[in-house]
Design a protein. Structure first.
Lengths: 103, 103
DNA sequence: TTCAATAGTCCCATATTTCCGAACTACCGA
DNA sequence: TCGGTAGTTCGGAAATATGGGACTATTGAA
C-alpha cells in the first residue's frame, strides 16, 4: 500500500516551493492542474513524452514540497494544487510565479 | 582576464530565476545585496562559513540567471541585484518571493 | 620595483541528485 | 482469474553541486 507524504501547512518552506517550481516540467504540471479541476498524473500532465518513472518522481517532489495533494481514486491518482495552503503561507507567491509561467 | 556573462533582459527565464533562488544561501545573498546598496561577494554575503569556491559558484549561478550584475572594482567584485530587469520581465515576482525570504 | 596580502576564479575529485528503463504493485473490468 | 492500465520502486548511468588547493589580478607597503 502506497502512503503519501504531505507536509503540514506550516512545514512548507519557501526554498522547497521554489525548488519544486524551478523545473519547467513541474511548472507545466502545476499549470495543468490549475486549469483542470482534478487531474491524474500521467495522462493529464503536460509533456507526454516523459517516462512514467520520471513523471512519478516529479509528482513526488511537488507533493513533498507541499504544492499538491494526492489521493488514490481507484487505479489512478487525483492531484490537486494546495492553493489555500500555499496562499496562506506565502500570500501572492503562487500567483506571481504562475502569471509568467507560459513564456 | 575574467569576463562575466550577463544574460540580456529578454533571455532571463522564469525557471532560471526560480532555480537560482531555490537555494537558501543564494536567497540570503540576494537579500543581503538588497539591503546593502553595493556588495562584495565573500565578505558581505551572508553565511561566512561557506568556502570561497562554493560562494563563487553561487554568485556565478545568480549572475547567469540574470539576477545580479557583477563588475570588477579593483580587487573585489561589486554585485548589484538587477531589480529593474527582473521587475520588467516578471513584475511582482521578486517582491513576492523576497517578502517571505526570512522565515 | 618587489613582496605580501586579499578577493575571487578555475580545476578536479568526491558527493549528491536526477533521469529513465525495467520490474513490481494495485485496482478494475471482462 | 486474466489482462490492461496507472503509478511506484529499484538500480545504474548521467548530470550537477560541493569544497580543497592552486592560480590570477590588484593593491598597498617596504
Amino acid at each position: 500500500m502506497v502512503q503519501f507524504v504531505h507536509p503540514a501547512r506550516q512545514d512548507i518552506t519557501l526554498a522547497g516551493v521554489l525548488a519544486a517550481l524551478a523545473d519547467p516540467v513541474r511548472l507545466q504540471i502545476i499549470q495543468g492542474l490549475l486549469t483542470e479541476p482534478a487531474c491524474m498524473s500521467c495522462t493529464a500532465a503536460s509533456p507526454c513524452d516523459i517516462p512514467k518513472s520520471t513523471l512519478s518522481n516529479h509528482f513526488r517532489v511537488l507533493r513533498e514540497a507541499g504544492l499538491i495533494h494526492t489521493t488514490k481514486k481507484g487505479v489512478e491518482h487525483r492531484n490537486v494544487v494546495r492553493e489555500a495552503d500555499i496562499n496562506a503561507r506565502f500570500p501572492g507567491l503562487l500567483k506571481a510565479i504562475l502569471k509568467h509561467a507560459g513564456e
